[in-house]
Design a protein around this ligand. Structure first.
Ligand code: CMC
Length: 420
């Protein structure tokens, strides 16, 4: 393995150091490039730019592999709960029984919110998208927590405890269910509590369905972390400017909301509904997606890093199959999605560009099966991604990363004078 690459600019010879990761992923360290040569690099969308060294998750896009703290996603999905996965992502190791009990109980103890949050929520028009509401409520949440008095670790737990409640309140207000008590049920695990907060009705005891609990556990695990994606990078960028934890996470949510990122799960179902409504002519829609003059893209397909199957999509498809079958649902949208996948994967456009279904192609189908409405899909994604965002925030702080401040190539006017 070479420790330098040789580099010639305008007849001058430079040696640039090379950095290697665990799996021999390699980067040329250009941190002194401008100082030594006057050049910067140009890489819109950061397609070839590493912004940090990280030990939280790893994707091998060519093989279609995803590891959380070294563990393959396929093992985590079968052996861990969502709360264990969150612990792993946050702390680097899976918890033992005592650690898990302590972590879960600590979260349960913080699982309450200030009554004023309900009043604030009441002022927000129902027409607002739940992602905007969640981002806003997260942004103001630390006003209701004495963040100066508490340790930062405690703040992470406040977020893990309170975000599901904010999501549930947002959902309940939207559909007109009475608000929750501002605290959760101490006897339930994280996912069961989340479901109860969403769906319980005051005059009826809420009965948990283990099929739904299992499906939600799994789909949230699939969302838990994914390297330097757009929302995680947003959280890190804000943190690098020493913005607060809650506002950084809130900004991450806004990034996630975008249709090319987490907002794709809602866009996928809307697209599938449209295709079905317009007669279900798959070939026609695939042609549309291939046509460069048409803005339509096959939502839920393609990924910046995966140039092979997204392993999360494979698992999500199985989870969808399982939950739909066990709940006895007949879902034409799921049948259509499978058909589109089959057709697209045979099409030379998708084959040559290495476009495979991503997590969002099937996650919305799972959410729909368990009763979550379309405009809440990305909110669920955010609940899943929370431990990842916090872990990256922690890592960024631990590394004492400098403020993120890219350069540009200026193409505007030359210096000129204002004429009187
Ligand atoms: N349908 C049709 N063509 C596509 C698609 C698609 N879904 N995705 C990429 N392409 C084409 C694209 O037009 C381009 O063609 P060309 O090289 O001829 O210009 C080529 O494939 C490479 O695409 P790109 O947009 O340059 O790739 P990117 O890495 O910048 O974008 C992406 C990745 C995920 C934004 C993109 O694939 C996309 O827009 N997919 C649909 C939205 C989606 O499903 N997003 C969820 C991503 S996974 C979950 C998450 O991150 O939150």
């Amino acid at each position: 393995m070479c420790s330098f690459v040789n580099f010639n600019i305008n007849g001058y010879h430079y040696k640039l150091p090379v950095i290697y990761g665990t799996f021999c992923d390699k980067a040329i360290n250009i941190s002194q490039l401008r100082e030594n040569t006057g050049f910067i690099t140009f890489d819109p969308g950061f397609k070839n730019t590493g912004i940090t060294k990280s030990s939280i998750s790893f994707i091998d896009g060519e093989k279609g592999e995803l590891l959380y703290r070294g563990y393959p996603i396929e093992q985590i999905i079968n052996k861990c709960s969502f709360i264990e996965t969150s612990y792993l992502i946050l702390n680097g190791e899976l918890p033992d029984t005592a650690q898990l009990k302590y972590f879960s109980e600590k979260i349960k103890k913080l699982n309450h919110i200030h009554v004023k949050i309900n009043q604030i929520l009441d002022q927000i028009p129902n027409s607002y998208h739940p992602m905007g509401i969640l981002s806003y409520l997260t942004y103001i949440l630390d006003t209701f927590i004495n963040s100066l008095e508490e340790k930062e670790e405690e703040m992470y737990l406040h977020l893990l405890a309170k975000l599901p409640m904010l999501a549930a309140l947002t959902y309940r207000k939207k559909i007109g269910l009475p608000p929750l008590p501002t605290y959760a049920d101490y006897h339930l695990d994280y996912i069961s509590n989340l479901l109860k907060m969403f769906f319980s009705i005051p005059n009826k005891s809420y009965k948990q369905n283990p099929i739904i609990v299992d499906a939600l556990n799994k789909v949230l695990i699939l969302h838990a972390d994914h390297e330097q994606n757009c929302s995680t990078t947003t959280v890190r960028l804000l943190g690098s400017a020493h913005a607060g934890l809650f506002s950084s996470i809130s900004a991450g949510m806004s990034a996630l909301w975008g249709k090319l990122h987490g907002g794709a799960n809602q866009a996928v179902i809307e697209m599938l509904e449209n295709i079905l409504k317009s007669g279900g002519n798959i070939k026609k829609w695939i042609e549309k997606a291939k046509n460069k003059k048409d803005p339509f893209r096959l939502m839920g397909f393609g990924h910046r890093i995966y140039k092979n199957f997204d392993p999360r999509a494979r698992i999500a498809k199985k989870v969808a199959e399982n939950v739909i079958q066990k709940l006895g649902i007949s879902d034409p949208i799921f049948e259509l999605a499978k058909n589109i996948e089959e057709n697209a994967l045979k099409d030379s456009y998708f084959v040559e560009k290495k476009l495979y279904p991503n997590i969002d192609f099937y996650s919305g189908i799972i959410y729909q099966a368990i009763g979550i409405p379309k405009d809440m899909f990305t909110v669920m994604f955010a609940l899943g991604r929370l431990s990842g965002w916090i872990a990256h925030w922690k890592e960024m702080k631990f590394n004492r990363e400098p403020i993120a401040r890219p350069r540009q190539i200026y193409i505007g006017y030359k210096k000129r004078n204002i004429e009187n």
